[in-house]
Design a protein around this ligand. Structure first.
Ligand code: SAH
Length: 564
């Protein structure tokens, strides 16, 4: 799963206020806090060096709130490796200094200026080209892209040596740059979307002002887009996005083509031709069309985020039992990218903290189907939606309700949503791990709630599972509206198991005030259990022995019947 778009790494709580001020300006950024030192970070890490190196290798821009020297020493072993380099900055803990360190071509100086503006200090820019020209010529603003970095570096050093330059095309961001301009100059900065062969005398900058509209998707789509652009004399670098008709939303060929071309994919409701789709998407200066593909060229760079809408996403995630360390990284990343978060209020709160731009939809625990349908309605609008469950979403939780809602729906937009189920650590597994390995052999998971199934079925399953000598995990063991069921369940189990059978009771596991209790089937009473408790009942082979630190280990051996 994807790394965040920006990581703010802090070593102590003293930096949290500064980190939050930076995050205000960059809401997509995640704050990484050192385990045991920082409370309230978005992510917890154990080891500073390993974390920083991993982020760097994942090409994630890094804002480290610590001494520049620490960052340099930490990343030094990686600096000789080739490949893309993310922006890396050191920011003083109190926000008084912003030092861009690495990633000149990844916009580190722009980032430094943005952070410095948020912190109301001056950034420590040291890049000579930037200081001289007031901008990095090799890092044009959003909406433009540089043709070739290596040729560009030579070009800039020629300029720094004092050569004059002429500008062809529109480069409004250079208007105020103190460049030595001369219409007769050998060197030219050329801005335009036409296909052009690179030369050492030209710095080619492409506006991203071209859109390709598609009404069908087949094999080799990226190649046909390239051919279409070439035939129209348009540089592929100027492609800003692909726009497709809604009915192609779930097409993997289209998705692969967009990835291959490195552009976003947007969708529009349209039944007509590709040409009409292109016209609808943008006020075009020029249009080229061939069958299922149409090209529109706009007067200015395009903002794909404002064209049509993206394919919506719906992720049903498991938060684990509660503790942040037990939440899988894919779920954390999903929560970070969410526009909307739906769930029972307790779990939504557990999934936080959230940013101001994220919309929370808290509902009652019992409104599962309604919540599932609401999630699809939001995702079908192109939003990124997360439905949260505690533990695992597939274990007596939202995943099945979401799939049932989809199964019942005939809305093609619902079926086009990018649906993903992300697992979590279920309460039975979290409880078992704390006790040892009571579920180390075959086991059976049951919900004792008769809200959604007849009690007779529960009795039958209990009886057969207990007879089959499976270890048992009871979810929803008891509640105020279901007071007698657990007692009856234990009676059934006792007809097949001895009173000495080990029992584990885990309450609020992974949450504040958690308790773990090891008892026996003979001593177990319903009063010891509430709806926040997980009940694990051993099989005939489950055994216990004392732990050095007090209490007992519980495990069910791997073998059964014959010990090898
Ligand atoms: N999807 C959840 C289960 C939801 S059913 C999961 O996979 O864990 C709710 C029941 O799960 C509760 O009644 C309780 O029996 C159990 N449970 C959930 N979280 C728990 C926790 N942190 N500690 C102990 N039991 C828990």
């Amino acid at each position: 799963m994807s790394a965040p778009t920006l990581a703010i790494v802090i070593l102590g709580s003293g930096s949290l206020a500064t980190a939050r001020r930076i995050q205000q300006g960059y809401p997509q950024a995640l704050i990484y806090g050192l385990a045991g030192r920082v409370e309230g970070a978005d992510r917890v890490y154990q080891e500073f060096g390993a974390t920083l190196r991993q982020l760097y290798q994942q090409d994630t821009p890094i804002i480290a709130l610590c001494a520049a020297g620490i960052v340099i020493r930490t990343l030094a072993p990686l600096l000789l490796e080739k490949g893309a380099e993310p922006a890396v900055l050191a920011v003083a803990e109190d926000g008084s200094a912003v030092v861009p360190l690495l990633g000149g071509l990844s916009g580190v100086n722009d980032l430094a200026r943005g952070i410095a503006a948020a912190l109301e200090v001056a950034p420590a820019i040291t890049t000579s080209g930037e200081l001289r020209f007031g901008t990095c010529l090799l890092n044009p603003p959003g909406g433009y892209t540089l043709g070739d970095v290596e040729l560009g570096k030579r070009f800039v050093s020629d300029l720094l040596a004092g050569e004059a330059v002429r500008i062809e095309g529109a480069a409004p961001w250079l208007d105020a740059a103190p460049l030595l301009r001369d219409e007769q100059a050998r060197l030219a900065i050329h801005v335009g979307h036409a296909e052009r062969s690179p030369t050492a005398d030209e710095l080619l900058i492409y506006p991203r002002n071209v859109l390709v509209a598609l009404t069908a998707a087949g094999e080799g789509l990226a190649a046909s887009v390239r051919v279409g652009l070439h035939e129209a004399g348009i540089a592929a670098q100027s492609l800003a996005c692909l726009v497709a008709a809604d009915h192609l939303m779930a097409s993997s060929l289209l998705r692969d083509a967009a990835r291959e071309l490195g552009v976003p994919l947007r969708f529009m409701t349209h039944a007509g031709s590709a040409l009409e789709l292109a016209q609808g998407a943008v006020a075009a200066q020029a249009l080229h069309s061939a069958g299922d593909l149409a090209i529109a060229v706009a007067a200015r760079p395009l903002e794909p985020a404002h064209i049509g809408r993206p394919r919506g996403r719906l992720a049903v995630v498991g938060l684990g039992p509660g503790a942040a360390e037990l939440m899988v990284p894919a779920v954390k990343a999903e929560l970070a990218r969410a526009n909307d978060v739906l769930g029972y209020e307790t779990y939504v709160r557990m999934a936080g903290p959230f940013r101001d731009d994220q919309v929370l939809h808290c509902t009652d625990n019992r409104e599962e189907m309604q919540r599932a349908r609401h999630a699809f309605e939001l995702a079908a609008q192109g939003r990124s939606v997360v439905v949260v469950s505690s533990g695992d979403p597939g274990v007596f939780a939202m995943a099945a309700a979401v799939l049932e809602a989809l199964h019942e729906s005939t809305d093609p937009l619902w079926h086009s949503v990018d649906l993903d189920i992300l697992p979590g650590v279920s309460a039975s597994l979290a409880t078992a791990a704390q006790a040892g390995a009571p579920l180390g052999h075959d086991f059976c998971v049951l919900s004792l709630s008769d809200n959604l199934k007849p009690w007779a079925i529960i009795e039958k399953r209990l009886d057969l599972a207990a007879e089959a000598d499976l270890a048992l995990a009871f979810y929803n063991p008891i509640s105020r509206s279901r007071p007698w069921q657990l007692g009856r369940a234990l009676e059934i189990v006792r007809t097949h198991r001895t009173g000495a059978t080990p029992v584990v009771l885990g309450r609020d596991i992974g949450r504040p005030g958690q308790t773990l209790r090891v008892t026996t089937l003979g001593d177990l009473t319903p009063e010891q259990v509430d709806m926040r408790t997980m009940v694990l009942i051993g099989s005939s082979t489950t055994c216990t022995f004392p732990r050095a630190e007090g209490g007992e280990w519980v495990y069910t051996p791997r073998w059964y019947g014959v010990k090898h």
